[in-house]
Design a binder for this molecule. Sequence first.
Ligand code: 3H9
Length: 694
Amino acid sequence: MAVDYTTRDGVAVITLNNPPVNGLGLSTRAGIVEGIERALSDASVTAIVLTGAGKAFSGGADITEFNTPKATQEPTLATAIKVVEGSTKPVVAAIHSVAMGGGLELALGTHYRLAAPGAQIALPEVKLGILPGAGGTQRLPRAIGLEAALNMIVSGAPVMSEKLAGTGLFDEVVEGDLLEAAIAFARKVGAQAGPHPRVRDRKIEHPNAEGFIQFARNGVAGVAKNFPAPHKCIDAVEAGVKNGFDKGLAFERECFVSLVQTPESRALRHAFFGERAASKIPDVPSDTPVRDIHQVAVIGAGTMGGGIAMNFVNAGLPVTLLETKQDALDRGVATIRKNYEGTVKKGKLTPEALEQRMALITPTLSYEDLGNADLIIEAVFEELGVKEQVFKRLDEVAKQGAILASNTSTLDLNRIAAFTKRPQDVVGMHFFSPANVMKLLEVVRGRDTSKDVLATVMKIAKKIRKTAVVSGVCDGFIGNRMIEQYIRQALFMLEEGALPAQVDRAIEKFGFAMGPFRMSDLAGNDIGWAIRKRRYLEHPEMHYSKIADRLCETGRFGQKTGGGWYDYKAGDRTAHPSKLVEEMIVAFSKDVGAGRRKISDEEIVERLVFALVNEGAKILEEGIASKASDIDMVYLTGYGFPLWRGGPMLYADTVGLYNVERAIRRYASRPNGDAWQIAPGIVELAAKGRGFNG
Ligand code: 3H9
């Protein structure tokens, strides 16, 4: 049963009991209606308490039901709320913790509301690309005022219940036993004559509602970008202000129905579930025991090592930071301090907190000091010989059971693990630069990595607020292996007729934060050059455009050398198209006998994005990633793929794999077509009319 019903001293207690978060799916909604009717027909009951079991009052509508028949099957949430609101016996909501989305809307339909302090109150629908669709845009402004309500609805951010004490939302914020207090409250109001107050009957008071709504609209215009939902939130609130409750409610419903079908909402829901799904590893049960992590060590105090250390310090974990030379160690610690000072200047950290964080860092030059670390992360130079020295030394000093992690982005983790006598304790933790900022963490599972090590790393990733995605061992893991194919296409297109600014513009218009050439100039073109040199040796059969090598031969490594694919003025990161580079590109095309042609923006986007999709499909087939949403999470959190498109694999599903296959076959038949070996998975799924996500 999704809802429990009991009575106490003349009060009916209806308890939502639909773990994990009392989502308001069909059976829960039906249970609420049934409970109210039962209470109404029981003459001994004078009032009703509505509450939630477990960790939430309610996390809102059951998102998994969206766009299925259950979502619209009666009783809908609107019906359930109508029944609650229309009850002749007063209904008292008792909110002990989370009341979000439809959960808050349900509470707004009751006659009285009591909350425990610390309960999270939100209308977070906008984060899923929709708007509150069960009266939230109409009732919340009537409960807490127009400004506060609009802020909550447009941002989706949770507010603590105690901050809302004294508003029309809560009759009381109760310390101590909430249920007891709610029952006592219900008995009291149950003895009073009705009708009992309804939020819908209140007025929205504001001295200049129109002006404030316009102000909110201007604010949203700057940040909503490609998302329609924030605008609709404002429209719906405005409709209620101007035309009254019923018309506002009807308009809200209309907006909800249209938004829930948009690709943007689909993408955001995909990301919501994708993030949670990423933390689940198919053959590692959720009750796998984890190792205790109290002390962390990081080897290497460069940009990467320092950023990694900051993550743990921010989470309150002490970190021993090891370098080989005193000056490098001092520099590393000073950089960390400087980073924190920047945060203090922005007002986001107090000077005391800065000192507390710095005090958690123990710099050292000695491996002996790593003996008590539970987790040791190596962030040294990306060269197997260097890793060998580090891991052999770690094997000598690390305590039994310590997790030994490598931050390698390209090297074979199995070979690294083999440098130790404990390959089961070795795992990859691939952070992305800047490591203290970027959300993504690729967790690389070696051949021998034990399940409890994986479970521990996934848990600690959550603690340091990373989105962790498990990758098997292959060159480049999930993210970099795919990006290589994307870059490869970008370079071929230069050879065939495009210029860097055109390629960047096209893909940035598609929604990427930064095109491949601006990105490469930022990261340093020499990095890609070094990787390609290795590739030429390891995979002489693989066909690459040598156009980037020619650029590198002239020393144009990017922003750091004042020029790369673009020109840069000193102290300015603005990319200016370069005449010199343009001439070099045109000359290169001539030298390799490639005729230059006009390449459309559509072709640019298809070739770049489908290169990701094709490699992603191979990564899935090989089991490097266990599900398509994992690949999308890598691209959404680590590579600037536009969130409203949901990641490359969901985007491919939206385009349709049949169309993706046709495009790939078309490009495969053209010059440089040998780079397109279509993934069998795409062909198979397209033939079945399916997508990567079902
Ligand atoms: C809405 O209400 C629309 C209405 O306005 C109109 C309707 C007509 N549905 O996050 P966690 C699952 S839209 C289905 O790890 P926490 C989640 O997938 C809804 N499932 O826990 C996970 O499953 P699993 C508006 C849901 O303690 C498990 O619960 N509401 C829902 O860190 C645990 O989740 C929201 O947007 C749901 N609504 O945080 C709230 N919510 O274990 C979204 C959660 O299989 N939810 N699940 O991986 C949250 O923000 C957090 O989950 C919450 C708990 C704060 C509630």
